[in-house]
Design a protein around this ligand. Structure first.
Ligand code: LLP
Length: 429
């Protein structure tokens, strides 16, 4: 469920016409719905309520300060993967927000920064990292709480670039080695192995991997406790899928059904790290058609959003629904199935202005004939959209707007040409 809906052939975000936002802020423009963000967070909080979970919003999906602040205000902690994300979480979150820190390459400086700022748990991804954390903690005279991130070795679940729990990926400790690694730090004065962590991949459209992962987790926790580690936290990561094409995603309760038994059995505090589930369908990217053209027997819609704004189609061949913001009455107001034949449409490639043949948002997509100046909505763009945006081709990054009911606020201004060179040192001038 999201708060982007057509009324009389005009797309609205909550109670604001998207066309009005495009006129006001320009394009390309990211538009987020506060009601949708809160709704999705609440769906997870409710589904897992009996476990009193700590929901650590995965800031990598969308780290905008206003979005992170909103999450904190509604009871979320944060999952971060770099010192920079830690800083964002601290800046936007409440002072007592729980921050978990994953990532395979934490530097000593990042470890120290996290310890100074009361990290809740490090998700440890290698033996060397565990000892590096121990060493930094010793120098600082503190105890670092860590969760061992296990790679539970499950069958492939997602795109090869985002599957994180199949054998051979760089993430986590091999399931066969976790106990040996843990044994090496029994009694360590500056390390407390307080948790077990796994993140299975993203996006996941089945609850089965969570069931299998949780079962493996229970066994490991039992063994870790036998070693003398006081394991009190089970962190099952993020990865819950969302509707990109139709209604293919699961309700949070389907995941809860498979994860909660492990929580009960171990008596652990449950941590979850959802990102996409909360913000993915709470955001759209709005673009404007610059030109149309036909070449090589293909029709192209060239619009002003490009791979630097939304790289997911280029990087993972991801499918994002695209439809005019104010569709004419020659086509359905909103198709039920964007991949089926849609009356009044022709197949077109939706591309951006970047100088790469791989710069596209959709290929052979059913769309009405479009004209210069028309607005398009690219749906499900809230997660890993702006977060992965770049300045490639010296393009200014888009503005971001948060809609709350009938009001809208700028939460990131559009970049300027001056911004593009602001960090550079023009030393030969
Ligand atoms: N926890 C850890 C340790 C993660 O690595 C991730 C995502 C998450 C939580 C959040 O996963 P989510 O709930 O958002 O699925 N750029 C890709 C996705 C990369 C995900 C990386 N890790 C995409 O656009 O599909």
């Amino acid at each position: 469920m999201d708060h982007f809906a057509y009324r009389n052939r005009s797309l609205y975000c909550d109670d604001v016409p998207v066309a009005e936002l495009a006129a006001h802020y320009g394009t390309p423009l990211y538009v987020y719905s506060e009601a949708t963000l809160v709704h999705h967070l609440k769906q997870i909080q409710d589904a897992f309520a009996e476990a009193k979970p700590i929901i650590c919003y995965s800031i990598k999906a969308n780290g905008n300060l206003s979005i992170a602040r909103l999450m904190g205000q509604h009871g979320a902690g944060f999952d971060v993967t770099s010192g920079g994300e830690f800083y964002r979480a601290m800046k936007a979150g409440p002072s007592d927000a729980k921050i978990v820190f994953a990532g395979v390459g934490k530097s000593d400086a990042e470890i120290q920064f996290a310890l100074e700022n009361k990290v809740y748990l490090f998700d440890v991804e290698s033996e060397q990292e565990l000892h590096a954390i121990g060493a930094v903690a010793e120098k600082m005279g503190v105890v670092a709480n860590v969760a061992l991130r296990v790679n539970p070795d499950l069958p492939p679940k997602t795109h090869v670039k985002t599957d994180t729990s199949v054998k051979g990926v760089k993430f986590g400790l091999d399931i066969e080695t976790v106990l040996d690694v843990a044994k090496g730090v029994v009694g360590h004065k500056n390390l407390c192995v307080a948790g077990l962590h796994m993140h299975l991949g993203s996006p996941i459209l089945s609850a089965e991997p969570y069931k299998q992962g949780a079962e493996k987790g229970v066994k490991l926790i039992t063994e870790l406790r036998k070693q003398g580690h006081n394991v009190t936290v089970l962190n099952m990561g993020g990865g819950f899928g969302i509707h990109y094409r139709k209604q293919e995603a699961l309700h949070a309760s389907a995941f809860a059904k498979e994860i909660l038994p492990a929580v009960k059995e171990t008596g652990c505090q449950l941590v979850l790290e959802p990102g996409r589930f909360i913000v993915g369908n709470a955001g759209i990217l709005v673009s404007r058609v610059v030109f149309t053209k036909e070449t090589g027997g293909k029709r192209y819609v060239i619009q002003d959003a490009a791979m630097n704004d939304l790289i997911r189609p280029t990087l993972y061949d991801s499918f994002h629904r695209i439809w005019p913001v104010t569709p004419k009455d020659t086509v359905p107001e909103q198709p039920a199935d964007y991949e089926a034949d849609i009356p009044g449409t022709i197949k077109q490639d939706v591309v951006g202005p970047v100088c790469e043949s791989g710069d596209f948002l959709a290929k052979a997509r059913n769309l009405p004939e479009l004209h210069r100046g028309e607005l398009l909505a690219v749906f499900s763009a809230g997660a890993y959209g702006m977060a992965m945006a770049s300045n490639y081709n010296a393009r200014c990054r888009a503005a971001e707007v948060l809609v709350t009911g009938g009001t809208h606020r700028l939460i990131r201004r559009r970049e300027t040409y001056t911004d593009l060179v602001a960090a550079e040192v023009d030393c030969l001038k």
